[in-house]
Design a protein around this ligand. Sequence first.
Ligand code: SF4
Ligand code: SF4
Length: 349
Amino acid sequence: MLTLKKENHVFEALGNKSFFKLICGASFTDNVLVENLSFIFTLAGAHVIDLAPHADIVIAAKNGVEKAIEFGKKDKRFKYNLKPPLLMASIQLDLDPHFRKVEVDRNLCDVCGACVKVCPTEAFKINENEGVKDFIYNKERCYGCGICPSYCHVKALNMTEVKMDPYNTLNDMLLLGLKSIEFHFGKNYLRIREIWDKIKDLVKKLELVSFSLGSGLLSDIEIKDAARLCFELAGSNIILQCDGIPMSGGRSNAGKNGHNNDELSLHVAKLIEEEKMPVYLQIAGGTTEFSFDNVKNSGLPVNGIAVGSYARKLLIPYLNDIYSDQNFSSAFRIARSLVQSSAVSGNYN
Ligand code: SF4
Ligand code: SF4
């Protein structure tokens, strides 16, 4: 069992159940948008920002955090005590839906435009010049939500796995100065035990470790087994991320029936809570600004929420030009209201 450091504002937020994590996306590799998301959510007070495990993405997030801290020092509107969030990278231990991207078969695509309308991060664009349509796919923006393939009538869109070596990736993230990692193992939670001896000395260097447990990937019994295994290997200061429907916050109905969106993640939280382990529980997968209220109504001891697809979808219109006054105001208002939803709901203090 590991002993991880506990003295910082992140653990304070977990302890008082007001923890907020922004998920940029384990496969989201758009440097500019990651920098700007990190900038605005640092100003908004996020405790952790979760990233794809790539050097350029980590550097982009660090830039965003640094710019926010400098911005906060100079701008009188930021009277509250701005603390830099902990940057976390997501690492894949086995096949997991968070690690994939769509591929386009351009031989099949007839540029119908259906996918353009449904992608939450505007990964597709069609340019038209003198009657000739040009289909543009910005692969960096795809975070693998899986929405678009079912809208393509010629089956030109297919999900493909993003592969990585967990040990080398973890080592790379440590060399970049990261202190926090989230592990994903999809259906194969026993993979953690297989790999633990190899990675545990690297894990000891971290301040915060999270494990993502998905409701659609594991049975109720497996969720309990997986949670016990994470605790047995990594100890009591870990976060267990209770994932509802991964990456579903970008769907068109997300946030519209907000009081029902978190049922699956809260079900995972309830199963883990029954095991009575001293770990932190945090929900994700379809979370919105209603999620803290849903936690409150559930009566479960959930320590915080993570918001990913929903936040990106709301903010995407402002992210390319975040420093214009109008875009900044709109983006900050959205980010701050998400981070503060715990305070607004009166859930925690
Ligand atoms: S809809 Fe989802 S899977 Fe398709 S390109 Fe956009 S982010 Fe990727
Ligand atoms: S939905 Fe399919 S055919 Fe239509 S533009 Fe997208 S990839 Fe091309």
